[in-house]
Design a protein around this ligand. Structure first.
Ligand code: ZN
Length: 284
């Protein structure tokens, strides 16, 4: 699946025009009071009100929640249109005794679309194969390392296949809500909210599978939603434990030691001592 680019929506411009208009109307009313002080007070409070509202509305945690809900709604509408199913926010086993949390799964006659929603801001730099991406914030003053969401979703799909099997094709879809995507060296699998809607609307027209096969896959997965194996809190704890193991050079998949190795092109990396049985690697 590939991106279909669209122009950015002019929401910021609309908000600014709105604030200016409201201020003008209020200041007009203020002049009718013929009291300069009250006029200033009204303008001051209304600007303050708008600012506080905008601040709370724009908190990353609120933006993230709204974004994930919006993605869920878009997928639910598509599922209705194409006679499919959507499962939001599900925790499944990851095969290493840990858990894997998946934002959205859309099952239809097209196949199984696995959607990861990311609430990033700033500019993103990275490629499909890089283990970590770079997020640049605050006009280049702050740089963060982010685990490549394509690799994360690849793991999600691997874990889902352990439940559903290999008979149905899986498609990875990363929806990035806010960040500037122009610097990423990838055009596939990465979408904005609008792009994902347009792309899926096209792709889901394809009938690749019978309703019955899709329904069976859905029932296998919805079982994990109805009978949760872990809470979100427990899942977060699992992730932290896995990270700790990796930091101490213990393989999170099999418990073996991670050993410094050299790849064919001469670069170094950590690999599991139980290779080729276990293929876990850690980049340096
Ligand atoms: Zn291992």
């Amino acid at each position: 699946m590939s991106r279909r680019r669209r122009k950015k929506n002019p929401i910021v411009a609309i908000i600014i025009i709105g604030i200016v208009l409201v201020s003008l109307i209020i200041s007009g009313a203020g002049i009718a009071f013929k009291d300069f002080f009250i006029m200033i007070l009204i303008i001051g409070f209304s600007v303050l009100g708008v600012l506080i509202f905008a601040l709370i509305w724009n908190l990353p945690v609120n933006k993230g929640k709204r974004g994930e809900k919006r993605v869920g709604k878009i997928l639910e509408r598509l599922a209705e249109k194409y006679n499919g199913y959507v499962i939001n926010d599900i925790i499944i086993p990851n095969g290493n005794g840990g858990t894997s949390q998946i934002d959205h799964i859309l099952l239809s006659r097209f196949g199984i679309v696995v959607v990861e929603t990311k609430n990033y801001s700033g500019r993103l730099y990275g490629s499909a194969s890089q283990q970590y991406w770079t997020q640049v914030l605050a006009y280049g003053n702050t740089k963060n390392k982010l685990y490549n969401p394509l690799l994360q979703n690849k793991t999600h799909i691997y874990n889902l296949k352990q439940i559903v099997g290999n008979k149905i094709d899986f498609y990875s879809c990363i929806v990035i809500l806010r960040a500037n995507l122009d610097y990423l060296e990838i055009t596939d699998e990465i979408f904005t909210l609008r792009e994902v809607k347009d792309s899926l609307n096209e792709e889901l027209k394809k009938d690749n599978y019978d309703d019955e096969i899709i329904r069976i896959a859905y029932e296998k997965l919805i079982d994990y939603k109805n009978n949760p194996i872990a809470t979100t809190k427990e899942h977060v704890k699992n992730i932290k434990e896995t990270q700790k193991k990796i930091e101490h050079n213990i393989c999170p998949r099999c418990g073996g030691k991670l050993i410094l190795r050299t790849s064919k092109n001469g670069s170094h990396f950590y690999g599991c001592e139980n290779y080729p049985k276990c293929k876990f690697t850690k980049q340096i």
